[in-house]
Ligand binder design. Structure first.
Ligand code: PLP
Length: 420
């Protein structure tokens, strides 16, 4: 009996997936944590590997039938080690947040002091922010950026570390437009005896592509998602050079926090890591940064105020205060014009987190579609036109026109992994 397809079994979901494919193809996606994975990564994700339970690690499992899964996970581990240049890799964390929880589980106890960047300054929830369990179960100390430069205040990091003696220090975040000085963090961590965790979720693709300095050799542990600039499936990895830390991390991931690994994801991570080891990927990583620089330059020329005055990586944080509009209405108007961004707090934001002053954009997705500097200048012009019209209170005509022009552009740049 031939099996029935998704469209036959569940036309409602099938149609919605088609609609999302069209939406992703027709949009200029500027959300810096997103990307388009390749057809190969998509294919690996949608496989029978999802049927298999394999609690444990290759060669040491609690279920039989691991003849194939062990080979897949071993390939993913070996590729991660080779690509990042580390001695140990755990590819099982379900996503970035559980990966970070595994780090806490491995090296700290509830009530211990930990340190990370505050969420409003660009840190991640899991770096000890108040509403996260990491901020509730641990005594979290938070650092920020300097008011005058918009950059991480390393003097403050050192003073806080000396004062509070944290067990863990997180370096990395979700809205940091500048290069992170892992060496400087490592010196401070050594001075106070803390474990330094480089959370490179956003920049992992840039790191392996040679477009951002690596934390390897500085950080004790590296945590990363696999689905942002690295362009793999949704998942995460924990990397380290230390045998002792590797054993602690493995125990923390399983059985400390998780059950069976998502084997279909592991396979897709292996594929993404193979792709990331190519010259083509290096070129992509460098183009991501070149595109962000071109976009930032054009925005600056058009009077936009950028946190830290620009960007070194894939990400740009815009303070819209000078344009007379808030982040949320701006993001909504841009989305209606086919330009997908997200509203974000800016450092020292006087507005509320649900209605902040900033807009966060980035270039991984548009770069994966093959767009380059001329398209970045065009995108900056469209953003300026929509936001200026919004500030004047009558944006509808502009939104409609820009949307037509965006559609003409997206039609020329095929979306990886999609037919439409
Ligand atoms: C995205 C991100 C995470 C969390 O990843 P999820 O997969 O969304 O749980 C953790 N840390 C940083 C710095 C991130 O950017």
């Amino acid at each position: 009996m031939a099996e029935r397809s998704l469209a036959t079994v569940d036309p409602e979901i099938a149609e919605l997936i088609k609609a999302e494919e069209r939406r992703q193809a027709d949009t200029v996606k500027l959300i810096p944590s997103e990307n388009y994975v390749s057809r190969a990564v998509l294919e690996a994700t949608g496989t029978v590997l999802t049927n298999k339970y394999s609690e444990g690690y290759p060669g040491r499992r609690y279920y039989e039938g691991q003849q194939v899964i062990d080979q897949i996970e071993t390939l993913a581990i070996e590729r991660a080690k080779a690509l990042f240049g580390v001695r140990h890799a755990n590819v099982q964390p379900y996503s970035g947040s559980p990966a970070n929880l595994a780090v806490y589980t491995a090296f700290a106890n509830p009530g211990d002091t930990v340190m990370g960047m505050g969420l409003p300054f660009g840190g991640h929830l899991t770096h000890g922010w108040t509403v996260s369990v990491t901020g509730k179960w641990f005594n979290a100390v938070r650092y920020g950026v300097r008011r005058d430069t918009g950059r991480i205040d390393m003097d403050e990091v050192r003073e806080l570390a000396l004062q509070h003696r944290p067990k863990l220090i997180f370096a990395g975040g979700t809205a940091i437009p500048r290069t992170i000085d892992f060496g400087a963090f490592a010196e401070i961590a050594r001075e106070v005896g803390a474990v330094l965790v480089a959370d490179i979720a956003h920049i992992a693709g840039l790191v392996v592509g040679g477009a951002h300095p690596t934390p390897v050799g500085h950080a004790d542990v590296i945590s990363t998602t696999t689905h942002k600039t690295l362009r793999g499936p949704r998942g995460a990895m924990l990397l380290t050079d230390s045998d002792e830390y590797a054993a602690a991390l493995n125990k923390a991931v399983f059985p400390g926090l998780q059950g069976g690994p998502h084997n279909h994801t592991t396979a897709a991570i292996a594929v993404a890591l193979k792709e990331a080891a190519t010259e083509e990927f290096k070129a992509y990583a460098h183009q991501v940064v070149a595109n962000a620089r071109a976009l930032a330059e054009e925005l600056l020329a058009r009077g936009f105020d950028l946190v830290s005055g620009g960007t070194d990586n894939h990400l740009i944080l815009i303070d819209l205060t000078s344009k007379g509009v808030a982040g949320k209405p701006a993001a909504q108007a841009l989305d209606r014009a086919g330009l997908e961004a997200n509203y974000n707090t800016v450092p020292f934001d006087p507005r509320k987190p649900f209605d902040p002053s900033g807009l966060r954009i980035g270039t991984p997705s548009v770069t994966s579609r093959g767009m380059r500097e001329p398209e970045m200048r065009q995108i900056a012009a469209w953003m300026d036109e929509v936001i200026t019209a919004l500030a004047k209170g009558d944006p509808e005509e502009t939104i409609a026109r820009v949307h037509r022009e965006v559609s003409e552009l997206t039609a020329k740049f095929p979306t990886p992994g999609l037919d439409c």
